[in-house]
Design a protein around this ligand. Structure first.
Ligand SMILES: CC(C)(COP(=O)(O)OP(=O)(O)OC[C@H]1O[C@@H](n2cnc3c(N)ncnc32)[C@H](O)[C@@H]1OP(=O)(O)O)[C@@H](O)C(=O)NCCC(=O)NCCS
Length: 158
């Protein structure tokens, strides 16, 4: 199947709908074995956060079904406006048709409009498809240390 014959449309999610919740329930397990997909209320919070832009890839050849997502996060710090790309995933039934590339290109365009000078992301070494995708659209491995502090579980009610 050629990409021209199977067009993918990228848009910004503007409201949390049941369709969106169903799409995240399908997509998030394809990204993470442990993450709990956000429900409609959580999606409403995510979409409403001014730093977040949730992008959706829809398959025009399949009734506009949501087949992929990417979340762009932009924020101002003392030295610059920074941007991160997070939670990139395309449904296994719609891969290799340019959806992730289209999502990433749109994220780059929006980050530029918001004044970001750089866009960061992390990706496990084992994610070969992702590694090639990011290289193709112009990301380069940065020579730095990525640190993580894992907070102990806390009782949110307490
Ligand atoms: C990585 C992922 C998002 C790619 O989605 P996709 O829509 O199939 O990717 P695209 O069709 O846009 O491909 C764009 C480029 O990525 C690379 N790529 C995509 N799939 C690939 C694969 N299976 N093997 C090697 N390179 C691949 C290629 O360079 C491709 O360009 P090309 O076809 O011109 O060679 C998808 O495989 C996925 O959701 N994987 C599971 C979750 C994940 O790893 N997310 C990334 C987290 S960092």
């Amino acid at each position: 199947m050629t990409r021209a014959a199977a067009p993918i449309e990228v848009s910004v999610a503007t409201e949390a709908t049941d369709e969106l919740a169903r799409a995240f329930a399908r997509l998030i397990p394809q990204l993470s074995d442990t993450a709990v997909p956000p429900d409609r209320n959580a999606l409403a919070d995510i979409i409403a956060a001014p730093s977040n832009t949730v992008l959706l890839a829809r398959d025009r050849a399949n009734g506009g079904q949501i087949v992929g997502t990417l979340t762009l996060v932009t924020f101002r710090i003392p030295t610059a406006v920074r941007a991160w790309i997070e939670d990139v995933v395309v449904d296994s039934s719609a891969r290799d048709r340019g959806a992730a590339e289209a999502l990433t290109e749109e994220a780059i365009r929006i980050a530029k409009l918001r004044g970001a000078r750089t866009i960061d992301l992390t990706s496990r070494r084992s994610r070969e498809a992702a590694r090639r995708l990011y290289g193709k659209v112009g990301f380069a491995i940065r020579d730095t240390n990525v640190y993580r502090y894992v907070l102990p579980e806390t009782d949110k009610e307490g």
